[in-house]
Design a binder for this molecule. Structure first.
Ligand code: C2G
Length: 153
């Protein structure tokens, strides 16, 4: 019987940390199922992804380690997914350590080390900085322009 692995996540602004954990999870079995959090469910999680759900799940589906991608739209679905997809292994990043031990009566549960130095939160912070820098530059240009206009008038 092929060994089935399942994981859950938002995968917003897909980065190498996401890629690494999917690669390592695939190594734990023969088939990897990824449940991608919907935008509505992320609101429940207090997250607001930049990339809409339809695009995030399309990107995850295109990852060579991923055999199937399904929507994640509530916390409780993990126990039913395990039966529905005949899952043997549940895995997720260590930032969720201990949170899904309740699944151990059904499947092997793994919390994998995260990839250091990269996160969606950090990418969002850098992106928001860009905006600020641009706005400042624009302000400077406008000040110079109004100065010139004053001098010419
Ligand atoms: N991850 C990682 N290294 C990073 C960043 C993320 O290994 N540098 C892992 C996380 O630990 C997680 C997966 O990538 O296992 C997806 O991360 P998120 O998109 O942040 O997932 P999250 O919103 O935490 O959703 O029901 C569980 C939730 O859906 C998990």
């Amino acid at each position: 019987m092929p060994k089935t692995v399942i994981t859950y996540g938002t995968f917003d602004l897909f980065h190498v940390g996401h890629l690494n954990i999917l690669k390592r999870l695939k190594e734990k079995g023969d088939r990897l199922i990824v449940a991608v959090s919907t935008d509505e469910f992320n609101a429940v999680k207090g997250k607001k992804p930049i990339v809409p759900f339809e695009q995030r799940i399309e990107i995850v589906r295109a990852i060579k380690y991923v055999d199937m991608a399904i929507p994640e739209d509530n916390w409780e679905q993990k126990r039913t997914d395990v039966d529905k997809y005949d899952v043997d292994v549940f895995g997720i990043g260590e930032d969720w350590k201990g949170k899904f031990d309740d699944l151990e009566d059904k499947v092997e549960v793994y919390y994998l080390p995260r990839t250091d130095g990269i996160s969606t939160t950090e990418l969002k912070r850098v992106l928001s900085n860009f905006d600020e820098v641009k706005v400042e530059a624009l302000k400077g240009t406008l000040d110079t322009l109004s100065q010139i206009v004053k001098e010419l008038s």
